[in-house]
Design a protein around this ligand. Structure first.
Ligand code: FAD
Length: 491
């Protein structure tokens, strides 16, 4: 029984509160019906992508007041900073993911690609990312990653939105170098980490066969990493740890034949870090025996062979490629929105609303779509240069969730986004890391190296781990693998 939106019966009020159909104004005895419970339909919020951006919006948004749907080809969130550890077995795969199903049925989730956005009719066209059902036609053959039609079941479906958050991230950049897509491994998803670990163990088992010469073994056990940014450096560091601990112990004849080479076109590695930290990382890598080939240009990749301009043909057993970001094909299909010239990311204003293309280049003022937000690696705030990192994606997502929660309560949500740089971390192997707070806005502007930075690195990522399950799993695996070694079984 309600009168003027207020629920009068105490027992009913309690029951409604329990069922999540009422809200209470803090500090008062005022109860009001949530949207969707007094006849007025809830507004539809659709989130594209379940990464650092999308997953955080899903976590933070008031799912009782919004009708939330998340659409992503992954049914989980990748905790990307832990992927390099998963690729060598320091952590198990499930430590680095969180399921979107934690939030269903409160929110709907579809494992699908969004293939097209109709901004005028506020409609998305999506294609399932699940295997085809028996009554459906055969899936389309896999297409090149730069086209917008994704491999799926062929049965598309449409989803309407009132508010849309585009957080589809970016793809791996290959600069069109022939053979990279076919013969290199990327490290963007837990599936990539699993594929790398499988190939690594395959190389070791192949090299263990009795009929090989040492020269053949050396080629198989040459591990190449292209890209001297944080991902390439952290993977090389984790690989070095694996080689000098478990491989040394369990493959003592092979360990001296193993080598790691890190390539980059730039004259140094970790270009975004403070100069002293870059130098520290290079010196550490030299001491650890990781060969750095900076100012080197990879021109072509063939099966188990790199072609380097300055070096010629280089055989390898495993090649990991991490040379930056390429635009998500969904963004390439969008025409009505302004994009960043170089990266192809969607341009937004400082409220994270996408900027519409100017009418035939005429108007001078930028117009935005107030119902569409873009965050994470897929978006750039016009005139505000921020790095494509989890930190930026996550802070923008928190900002959007807060804004949406204010909007649904009819409160003002127009404060602009401001990035709070908390510093950067990178693991460089052998219990050492880098911690760069030289560009931090708040707190001391310091840099740290060595074991202290490594402790900060581990505690930061432990703190950032989201679910209770992973708060238990991550330190457990760190401890178990330190005590008993990594599992080297090959499936
Ligand atoms: P992502 O996290 O990439 O998520 C994109 C989501 O969109 C995915 O779920 C994807 O499946 C989905 N998607 C893609 N296409 C579609 C589509 N058509 N329709 C619907 N969904 C789609 N940053 C840091 O700050 N610190 C670190 O230590 C750090 N370490 C990293 C380590 C590695 C190995 C990698 C790869 C990156 C690292 N980064 C780090 C960078 C950070 O992970 C990215 O900046 C961040 O993931 C960007 O978040 P996002 O939500 O924009 O995209």
């Amino acid at each position: 029984s309600t009168r003027g939106g207020a629920v009068n019966c105490t027992r009913l009020r309690r029951a409604c509160l329990k069922a999540g159909k009422l809200s209470v104004t803090p500090g008062t005895r005022n109860f009001s019906l949530l949207p969707g419970n007094n006849g007025e339909p809830k507004q539809k919020l659709v989130i594209l992508g379940s990464g650092w951006g999308g997953y955080e919006v899903l976590r933070g948004v008031d799912r009782k007041r919004w009708d939330v749907t998340i659409i992503s080809p992954s049914t989980y969130f990748n905790f990307t900073p832990l992927l390099a550890s998963c690729a060598v077995g320091t952590l198990e795969y499930r430590c680095a993911i969180e399921s979107v199903r934690r939030f269903t049925p409160e929110a709907k989730a579809y494992q699908a690609w969004c293939d097209h956005i109709d901004f005028q009719n506020k409609t998305l066209t999506c294609m399932p990312a699940t295997p085809p059902l028996s009554f459906e036609k055969a899936p389309a053959p896999p297409l090149d990653a730069t086209t917008t039609a994704f491999p799926g079941t062929g049965t598309t479906f449409e989803v309407k939105y009132d508010k849309l958050v585009i957080a589809v991230g970016a793809y791996s950049q290959t600069f069109g170098i022939p053979g990279v897509k076919e013969h290199a491994y990327f490290l963007k998803d837990v599936k990539d980490a699993r594929a790398i670990r499988t190939r690594l163990l395959e190389c070791l088992e192949q090299a263990s066969q009795p009929f090989l010469t040492d020269e053949q073994r050396r080629k198989l056990l040459h591990f190449c990493v292209v890209g001297g940014g944080p991902t390439g450096v952290e993977f090389s560091a984790e690989l070095h740890d694996l080689l000098t601990t478990d491989i040394r112990k369990h493959y003592p004849d092979l360990e001296p034949l193993c080598s790691i080479t890190l390539y980059d076109v730039a004259p140094g590695i970790l270009g975004m870090f403070d100069r002293n930290l870059m130098q520290y990382a290079e010196n550490t890598f030299k001491r650890e025996g990781i060969e750095m080939r900076t100012s080197h240009h990879v021109e072509k990749v063939e099966k188990n062979k790199l072609f380097v301009k300055e070096q010629g043909e280089v055989p390898f057993g495993l090649l990991v490629w991490s040379t930056g970001l390429a635009p998500n094909p969904l963004l390439l299909s969008i025409d009505s929105v302004q994009k960043h010239d170089r990266s192809g990311s969607l341009l937004t204003d400082n409220n994270c609303n996408v900027l519409l293309k100017k009418d035939g280049g005429k108007g001078t003022e930028d117009a935005t779509d107030p119902d569409v937000y873009a965050i994470g690696d897929a978006a750039i705030i016009k005139g505000y240069s921020l790095p494509a990192t989890a930190q930026v994606a996550n802070q923008k997502a928190k900002y959007i969730a807060k804004k949406l929660n204010r909007l649904v309560r009819n409160k003002d949500g127009t404060e602009p986004f401001e990035f709070n740089n908390m510093g950067s971390l990178a693991y460089i192997g052998n219990w050492k890391a880098l911690y760069d707070r030289s560009k931090a806005q708040t707190g001391p502007k310091t840099v740290k190296t060595g074991t202290l930075a490594w402790l900060l690195w581990r505690s930061a990522y432990f703190t950032k781990t989201l679910s209770v399950r992973n708060k238990v799993l991550v330190p457990t695996y760190w401890f178990l693998n330190w005590l008993l070694g990594r599992d080297l079984s090959r499936f």
